[in-house]
Write a protein of this length. Structure first.
Length: 313
């Protein structure tokens, strides 16, 4: 552990400053080296369009410059990370974009746009008729929570957020299984709305506690619990659902399995102090090489955040 704290961290820090995007370098410094929120926001602003949404490959697996819900979700997670204020101009622009692009009939935002096909992208980001059925409320339920989190209680934005959450919860409670990314979206939604449990219980057909239990049940079903399969492809691991030892799922998975997962992270770290992707586009080889490098920076920040939450720093 001491080697991780000293040698590996130094390697990781040096790599982030040499090779990561400015955004991830700023996030690294903010989370681990007394960097500023303002520097993160300055770098994030470069990905925001005039319509308030985000694009320009902030999610490195598709390079669409125009605004999209998925890119805006990626930006929103960073705004949450740095505890951005509701009054921040960037947050207000994002809220306006989400209000304008909401689909009142489905309660969703389109996860993939037809324009994605015009730019380098991973195959799963390709658009075709009916593709929304593959994504459902990923990332819509988290976008809805952003609206509620950053808006006045009786505002149009908050009303849209709650309307989307209502539809998303109906979908959740009628699901026996769910893609792990969508489970993660529901996890973040329930965390953001914890302080609004009373309103949640008034607005939504199911109680906050019942929804939380369903999310945890689906998370437990989604996770790959056999460590021998963790290195074979793109698998949801227990630590993809557990943020800290205080999580209910920490006990449900068991401390020993979580410890195995932490050890797996250590073993997967490269000699440079980063983590590599476990996927490939199978096309656009030059662009994928760039995307891969961007992802190494993102994964390194996110993995160290997870280690820090377990007291390893």
């Amino acid at each position: 552990m001491e080697d991780l704290k000293v040698t590996a961290f130094k390697k990781s820090s040096d790599w982030m400053k040499r090779h990561a995007r400015p955004l991830e370098a700023a996030r690294w410094e903010y989370n681990f080296e007394d960097g500023t929120k303002e520097q993160v926001l300055k770098c994030l602003k470069a990905f925001q369009n005039d319509d308030g949404g985000f694009g320009h490959g902030i999610e490195p697996d598709f390079w669409l410059p125009q605004s999209s819900s998925m890119s805006t979700w990626a930006a929103g997670q960073i705004l949450i990370e740095v505890k951005a204020d509701a009054s921040d101009e960037m947050v207000q622009g994002m809220i306006s974009y989400l209000v304008r692009t909401y689909d009142h009939e489905t309660g969703m935002w389109p996860s993939v746009l037809p324009e994605n096909n015009n730019y380098p992208h991973a195959p799963w980001w390709g658009w075709h008729e009916g593709v929304q059925e593959n994504w459902m409320f990923n990332p819509g339920v988290e976008l809805a929570a952003f609206l509620i989190h950053w808006s006045e209680e009786n505002s149009e934005a908050a009303s849209i957020g709650w309307a989307s959450v209502e539809k998303a919860v109906d979908h959740l409670m009628n699901s026996n299984k769910m893609d792990f990314h969508e489970v993660n979206n529901f996890q973040e939604m329930i965390r953001m709305l914890e302080v609004r449990q009373e309103t949640f219980n008034e607005r939504v057909s199911f109680s906050y506690d019942a929804v939380t239990k369903q999310i945890n049940d689906l998370a437990e079903k989604s996770a790959e619990k056999d460590p021998s399969d963790w290195a074979t492809g793109y698998k949801p691991l227990p630590l993809d659902f557990v943020n800290s030892p205080d999580d209910v799922l920490y006990e449900r998975f068991g401390p020993s399995l979580i410890e195995r997962n932490l050890e797996f992270f250590f073993n997967q770290m490269t000699d440079e102090g980063t983590w590599d992707v476990s996927w490939d586009w199978g096309s656009y080889p030059k662009e994928f090489a760039i995307s891969r490098r961007y992802w190494q920076g993102i994964l390194t920040v996110n993995r160290y955040k997870k280690l820090k939450s377990f007291g390893i720093e």
